[in-house]
Design a protein around this ligand. Structure first.
Ligand SMILES: Cc1ncc(COP(=O)(O)O)c(C=O)c1O
Length: 403
């Protein structure tokens, strides 16, 4: 219940500011996390403010440093990841940057899986390299090559649980052991899997990144990211972000929290529809290879069975070439023409011209991304409708092959 504030003898302007900015005093707990849309938080006295800002005392002072809605999101994700702590960022890329930069200096090296999200590849290969950090890209299914790269000395081993866009499933148990044996911090982007399918922190991974824009938020209405890990590592992540300023906005944190509450229900349905679609695509003449962790034909099917609760909502398949892939995509009626993933809507993309456009032809080959690759984020529409639409796309692809 909101309590009336005592009348003030001040002038209109002073009263307007004081009454318009006084939060209601509420005795009952709300049943959703409030959006603490405030840049600043008042302390009882200047000593308390100093203590909070200096981290000598828990509390909130300034929303670039900490905000209650952002903290609620971080705590919720840490719990779901099975990690001690987390920090929530304004985007998945800010989270990736926030997870690696605190642990790097000029002269250090990252060993990264070659098939990573395009902007991650650019961040490592073109941005961090300007500051003296080199990255060696390896095939994570080749443990010997990964070990050889690590043996050269690496500060970070960077992986994706399920790679974007090739759907390679990393053996996180073996790779984490390898990384730790060579003294590297193991950082895993778990975006394609989500903590419902896989919890890398429980497998010994040091830091887990999620682009919360995708499955965690789930509705294509927010951009955010989260890094989870031990209390000690997250303290380092947080300490650096204070000076970089990439914390999540309160409204964005609220939207992700709302999505999180239904993550399990959505992921079950995304997974079952994706499996149905993957099986359908396997039987189509125009489709060369189908990559879906829930298929027995997946190259890492056994790893997927061991590490993932289900196959998830992401799959990819190869058409003849770039032109045929475009004909397929342009004939689809249900998916919006967009390039994200992890949403209620099905989203189909041609990675070489969208999500991985930063890669030149040599990089695409090295990452295993073929010219006709199509990536599908399976949404929550009726699966029969999706299959009919994909069928229309494949008919267009067939005509394009025969032109
Ligand atoms: C696997 C993966 N990680 C990270 C990101 C970056 O996330 P955001 O767009 O929220 O910055 C993306 C974006 O597509 C992604 O696919």
């Amino acid at each position: 219940m909101a309590r009336l504030r005592p009348p003030s003898a001040h002038g209109f302007g002073t009263r307007a500011i004081r009454t318009a900015t006084a939060p209601p005093l509420v005795d009952q707990l709300p049943t959703s996390v409030p959006i603490y849309q405030s840049a600043t938080f008042g302390s009882a006295d200047s000593a308390e403010l100093g203590d909070i800002l200096a981290d000598r005392r828990a509390g909130f002072a300034y929303s670039r440093i900490d905000n209650p809605t952002a903290a609620a999101l971080a705590e919720a994700v840490a719990g779901l990841e099975g990690a001690e702590a987390a920090f929530a960022f304004g985007s998945g890329m800010a989270a990736i940057h926030g997870a690696v930069v605190p642990f790097l200096g000029a002269g250090d090296r990252i060993v990264s899986t070659s098939a990573v999200y395009g902007s991650t590849r650019t961040l490592f290969g073109r941005v961090l390299s300007r500051f003296g950090v080199q990255t060696t890209f390896v095939d994570p299914t080749d443990l010997d090559a990964t070990e050889a790269a690590l043996a050269g000395g690496a500060r970070i081993l960077y992986l994706e649980t399920i790679s974007n866009p090739t759907i390679v499933v990393a053996d996180l148990t073996a790779l984490t052991e390898l990384g730790h044996r060579h003294g590297a911090l193991v950082v895993v982007d778990n975006t394609f899997a989500s903590p419902y399918l896989c919890r890398p922190a429980e497998l010994g991974v040091d830091l887990v990144v999620e682009s919360a824009t995708k499955w965690l938020g789930g509705h294509s209405d927010v951009v955010a990211g989260v890094v989870s890990g031990s209390r000690e590592l997250i303290a380092d992540v947080r300490a650096m972000q204070i000076d970089i300023g990439s914390i999540v906005a309160p409204f964005s944190a609220f939207l992700v929290l709302r999505g999180l509450a239904t993550l399990h229900v959505r992921m079950d349905r995304h997974s079952s529809s994706a499996l149905t679609i993957a099986r359908y695509l396997e039987g189509q003449a125009e489709v060369k290879d189908v990559f879906y962790p829930g298929l027995a034909s997946h190259p890492q099917a056994l790893v997927a069975q061991r590490l993932l609760r289900s196959g998830g909502g992401m799959l990819a398949f190869d058409l003849a070439d770039r032109r045929v892939a475009s004909s397929f995509l342009d004939a689809l009626a249900i998916p919006p023409r967009t390039a994200s993933l992890g949403a209620v809507q099905t989203i189909c993309v041609h990675p070489p011209s969208t999500t991985h456009r930063q890669l030149d032809d040599a990089d695409l080959v090295a990452a295993g991304i073929r010219p006709g690759l199509v990536r599908v984020s399976v949404g929550l529409e009726d699966v029969e409708d999706l299959i009919a639409d994909l069928g229309a796309g494949l008919a267009a692809a067939r005509s394009a092959v025969h032109v």
